[in-house]
Design a binder for this molecule. Structure first.
Ligand code: IPE
Ligand code: IPE
Ligand code: MG
Length: 247
């Protein structure tokens, strides 16, 4: 794949700062081939690796991928266990690579509910890649957008109780500073694969003015070429943020 040629198709001066991807359709990809769902997840991981490699050239500063939702616990035990073990394996495999390439990793989500082993690996990956200057990869894992708001509210209440903040000081900006990794900006573009057109509890707070791009491509089939299509579509839009734009 000639990444340089692909990248020439986008306006480098108008790249989104933060792109969120709802990587959906692994199960259907497998089903269409008569394979078990976990085969779809394996193939989905390859698609993700390809997109991450591509982003070393495209350079979207913040990429967030939705890997496991709070609601995904309700799937069959076998599938959930597979996804948890895949997370362990991915962290083991990627630690050195991310450090070498300068990819900073951040976890967005609830640590409660994930095994101690995985939590300590996540913490280690965050810590050891914290100096990464290339781009930031956020992985939404055991993540729920409403949970994220609940998390912020609880911490705000703690600081209120200890006198650190006043009722009057609560504002949008203050709430933004209490969500998971507040240094991650609002999301400019949300891509969802597999034809579903819903948010499924992703990024609720940071998505207030996101642009949405839906494609029927199943996640394991999603290629850098499709990513460029989404970015070009984003670049053709006029973001108004409630204003009247004078032409
Ligand atoms: C997305 O693919 C990956 C996860 C939710 C972990 P799905 O597993 O939801 O695939 P479909 O939607 O069943 O095809
Ligand atoms: C959203 O996909 C979660 C992830 C991609 C990790 P789902 O497949 O879980 O969402 P629904 O159930 O179709 O809304
Ligand atoms: Mg799905």
């Amino acid at each position: 794949m000639n990444f340089d040629k692909l990248i020439k198709e986008v306006d480098r001066d108008n790249l989104p700062t933060h792109v969120g991807i709802i990587m959906d359709g692994n199960g259907r990809w497998a089903k269409a081939r008569g394979l078990p769902r976990i085969e779809g997840h394996k193939e989905g991981l390859k698609a993700l690796e390809n997109i991450l490699e591509f982003n070393r050239y495209l350079m979207i500063p913040y990429l967030t991928v939705y890997a496991f939702s709070k609601e995904n616990w309700s799937r069959d035990k076998e599938e959930v266990e597979f996804l948890m073990s895949m997370a362990v394996k991915v962290i083991n495999d990627k630690l050195e690579e991310f450090k070498e390439k300068g990819v900073r990793f951040l976890h967005l989500g609830d640590k409660l509910g994930i095994s101690d082993e995985l939590v300590s690996m996540i913490d280690k990956l965050e810590k050891e890649t914290s100096e990464g200057k290339l781009y930031t990869l956020c992985v939404a894992f055991n993540y729920g957008g409403r949970d994220e708001i609940v998390y912020a509210v609880k911490r705000i209440l703690d600081d209120f109780a200890s006198g650190k903040i006043s009722r009057e000081s609560i504002s949008n900006d203050i709430i933004s500073s209490y969500i998971y990794h507040p240094e991650v900006p609002d999301v400019d573009l949300i891509i969802r694969t597999s034809g579903e057109q819903r948010i499924s509890n992703f990024m609720l707070w940071r998505a207030a003015y996101s642009e949405f791009y839906f494609t029927s491509v199943l996640w394991p089939d999603f290629k850098p070429y499709h990513f460029i299509e989404a970015i070009k579509d984003y670049q053709s839009r006029e973001r108004r943020f409630g204003k009247v734009v004078k032409r």
